[in-house]
Ligand binder design. Structure first.
Ligand code: KIV
Length: 263
């Protein structure tokens, strides 16, 4: 995917959009040579890369640094940069500084969580030539208000509110919408009502695309196994196995061999 028109085309052609998180140069470089459509420099990097318990620790500086590394590694992929906690809830100037930092670091779009209270910012960004991806359902930056990481929009009332928020984000100019941890029927309903593509994570199959955290799908964090993650690898096993063999070889004298040494 090269631009936001490709997202619209994917939806109208019925071709599923595939997005993965990326936070660093080396994984972005590998991902650049895969058929994935799009990379998200998610604020989940605060947890996955830096060990924080939630995403609230992400800052504009942190997100810009990771976005730049991903852009350098994946020059051919569409890159979305996540607006960190509260960066878009203060003054317009502060929000614009954050957007400018992310876009100048190499993002082609920004993503922000929620709708109420910043629809005017979404519209301003869209009118300023900044593609905006929305994010509804479980919005991890609100984890303390939500009372934990749990499925959202379970009641009919909450589902209706979600649909209204999704329509409002579309109206304000969002080009795509992430739906996180909502019942599959609710995600299907939102997807039917919108013209823009929906990208689900824990939102069932009736959406226009799927996103996962790269480290989760690679099995890099084996103890973290939410219901919506399918594991496609055993990166933890691969890394620990390889390091174990290396340590053994060094200690036994099997490494380095003559052909790995300079005569
Ligand atoms: O930060 C992130 O990784 C995200 C995805 C879970 C959608 O927002």
């Amino acid at each position: 995917m090269k631009n936001i028109q490709d997202f619209a085309r994917a939806r109208s052609d019925g071709r599923k959009i595939v997005m993965l998180t990326a936070y660093d140069y080396w994984s972005a470089r590998l991902l650049n040579d895969t058929p994935v459509d799009c990379l998200l420099v998610g604020d989940s990097c605060a947890m996955v890369m830096h060990g924080y318990p939630d995403t609230l620790a992400a800052t504009t500086e942190l997100m810009s640094l990771h976005t730049r590394a991903v852009r350098l590694g994946a020059p051919d992929l569409f890159v979305v940069g996540d607006m960190p906690f509260l960066s878009f809830r203060g003054s317009r100037d502060r929000a614009m500084d954050c957007v400018q930092a992310l876009m100048q670091a190499g993002a082609q779009a920004v993503k922000l969580e929620g709708a109420a209270g910043h629809l005017d910012l979404v519209q301003h960004l869209s009118e300023s030539g900044v593609p905006v991806m929305g994010h509804l359902g479980l919005t991890p930056q609100s984890v303390h208000a939500l009372g934990g990481y749990r499925v959202q929009a379970r009641s009919q009332e909450a589902a209706q509110r979600l649909v209204q928020d999704a329509l409002a984000l579309q109206q304000a100019g969002c080009f795509a919408l992430v739906l996180e941890c909502v019942p599959d029927t609710v995600a299907a309903q939102v997807t039917q009502q919108l013209d823009i593509p929906t990208i689900g994570i824990g939102a069932g199959p009736q959406v226009d695309g799927q996103v996962l955290v790269l480290h989760d799908m690679l099995g890099a964090q084996p103890k973290f196994q939410p219901r919506f993650v399918r594991r496609y690898g055993d990166l933890a096993g691969l890394l620990q196995g390889a390091v174990g063999r290396f340590v053994e070889d060094v200690r036994s004298g099997a490494f380095p061999a003559p052909e790995e040494s300079y005569p």
